[in-house]
Design a protein around this ligand. Structure first.
Ligand code: ATP
Length: 299
């Protein structure tokens, strides 16, 4: 389990992370979110021991993160850090060697991961000859070559097509099943919703929201109503407590201030024709993120 306790980081007088607290259990995927400059990279570097904290404590399985535990950590950074003149195998031997693995262990694990990501044929190819997406796969492989117990994934799907995203997803879920604690960071809220049970949203180093995603969603006052049928957008908009109405090809998405407003919307919709659907839904993480981050920016 990873524990981040009251962690603060100043760069000179610039406060980059302010009193951050969260935990990631074994086999849990935790979302660390924020816009550019929120303090995510600083946090990842402190967790992996690459950067000193100003205050606070970071423990992994009860121990401070130092050289004795770095073998158990994997870090997929947003920036690529591959030695592109090497072949995939040479690169794996280099990274795996740094993590204390033998050449045999490295090759067995590499073969497995290349197979899983469907790039077996690239084992002895130079990295610079690979496409951007395949380089991203190699980068991912390097971060998990040691079967890490703690894994940080910063924008893991950048540059990948939907099919390759599925291959990555399967491997991430496999690591979760094996008990790896995973920190997942992405600007794609749909991916965060897919993976993360709990999360934390940072704005300028401050935590503006944290906790269990289901609880966050249900406690969020705003809801959406999905309607399919012959309704009038202007009439919906004129109902008190309706914040917005969005029409897509078949359906209307009506954002309401809180659950009580759904009664007034239902009263109107029940008089309309051809109604096939009326569903009150929790807000999406995207909506929550925009509300929380937008609000915090205004301060
Ligand atoms: P992004 O999504 O753009 O990568 P981030 O959430 O990872 O952003 P950080 O890179 O951690 O954010 O930056 C947090 C704050 O710390 C920013 O104000 C940034 O300017 C500042 N900062 C980051 N690195 C340094 C540094 N080496 N020296 C001084 N200030 C820094």
């Amino acid at each position: 389990m990873l524990e981040v306790k009251n962690v603060t980081k100043y760069y000179g007088t610039n406060l980059a992370v302010n009193n951050l607290n969260f935990q990631v259990k074994d086999g849990e995927i935790f979302g660390l979110l924020g816009v550019n400059g929120a303090g995510k990279t600083t946090t990842f570097r402190m967790i992996t021991g690459l950067l000193d904290k100003t205050e606070g404590e970071i423990l992994f399985n009860g121990k401070k993160v130092d050289y004795s535990v770095t073998d158990q950590i994997g870090f997929l950074t947003e920036e690529r850090s591959l030695l592109t003149k090497l072949t995939v195998l040479e690169q794996a031997k280099f990274y795996g060697g740094l993590k204390g693995l033998t050449n045999d262990e490295i090759e067995t694990r590499l073969d497995y991961l290349l197979e899983k990501l469907e790039i077996k044929d690239y084992k002895t190819r130079k990295i610079k000859e690979l496409s951007k997406g395949n380089q991203q796969k190699v980068q991912f492989i390097m971060s998990i070559i040691n079967k890490p117990k703690l894994l940080i994934l910063d924008e893991p799907f950048s540059g990948l097509d939907p099919i390759n995203i599925e291959l990555f997803k399967n491997l991430i879920l496999e690591l979760k099943e094996e008990g790896t604690s995973i920190i997942f960071s992405s600007h794609r809220m749909d991916h965060v919703e897919y993976f993360c049970e709990s999360l934390c949203i940072l704005v300028k180093g401050n935590t503006v929201l944290s906790g269990n995603l289901k609880k966050i969603k249900s406690s969020f006052a705003k809801k959406n109503i999905i309607i399919e049928g012959d309704v009038d957008k202007d009439k919906l908009m004129s109902i008190k407590g309706v914040l917005n109405v969005e029409k897509s090809s078949q359906t209307y998405k009506v954002s309401i201030e809180n659950n009580d407003i759904s009664d007034s919307v239902f009263k109107y919709v029940s008089k309309c024709k051809n109604i096939k659907k009326f569903i009150v839904e929790e807000p999406t993480l995207n909506e929550i993120f925009i509300e929380k981050v937008g609000g915090a920016y205004e301060k």
